[in-house]
Design a protein around this ligand. Structure first.
Ligand SMILES: N[C@@H](CCC(=O)N[C@@H](CS)C(=O)NCC(=O)O)C(=O)O
Length: 198
């Protein structure tokens, strides 16, 4: 059984939501980041960055929420959380899965810190561009790939839930509100939110 190392009220929510979407049993291993459990040598052997979430699957270990989404989606094909190899939709699936940590996360940090950077040098351009691109693609819906919900929605939906709904760091837009409402309506999201509350 896969083991998810997690902490309440943290980015572990993304991985919790994904695991709940699979419908498969998994073990949650509470990792108390307020007490420094993430810096214990045994934990650093799983994630040398000393961050949650992380996942163990037999001898395989990994971290980074979006990587966990990709790994588990492939590990649980019955949950249909990723377009199959050879499906043209897989290109956009990977694009949006990487977009969450590569563009949304730094855009959120930029908004929070107000750090100015050249949009040519910054990999995410700037926050305005990131959220305009998301807005344009979420207007179609219902999910980021269109009709089919995927692990990319877990990554994108978690980031928007955090930045727009919970912390209101990013100004809401009609497409964001409607998309977040669709995410929140999913039973797996609701179970994860309860678990993440600790
Ligand atoms: N890039 C990582 C970020 C994970 C992360 O920042 N986790 C925070 C909690 S939200 C953490 O473990 N902090 C503990 C620490 O840095 O000591 C991911 O997406 O999974």
């Amino acid at each position: 059984m896969m083991q998810l190392y997690w902490a309440p009220r943290s980015r572990s929510f993304t991985a919790l939501w994904l695991m709940e979407e699979t419908g498969q049993p998994y073990e949650r291993v509470l990792t108390d980041i307020t007490a420094g459990a993430q810096r214990a040598p045994a934990y650093l052997a799983i994630n040398p960055m000393g961050k949650v979430p992380a996942l163990r699957d037999g001898e395989a270990t990994l971290a980074e929420a979006a990587a966990i989404c990709a790994y588990v989606a492939e590990r649980c094909p019955g949950a249909r959380l990723a377009p199959a190899l050879g499906d043209p939709l897989r290109a956009k699936y990977l694009y949006w899965l990487f977009f969450a940590p590569s563009c949304i996360e730094p855009a959120m940090v930029q908004i929070a810190t107000k750090v100015e950077m050249s949009p040519v040098s910054a990999g995410w351009g700037d926050a305005q561009r990131v959220f305009d691109v998301l807005d344009a693609n979420l207007t179609k819906g219902p999910w980021i790939l269109g009709e089919d919900f995927s692990a990319a929605d877990v990554a994108i939906g978690s980031a928007l839930n955090f930045s727009v709904r919970l912390f209101k760091m990013v100004p809401s837009r009609p497409s964001f509100d409607a998309y977040i409402a669709r995410c929140v309506a999913r039973p797996a999201f609701q179970r994860a939110e309860q678990l993440a509350a600790g």
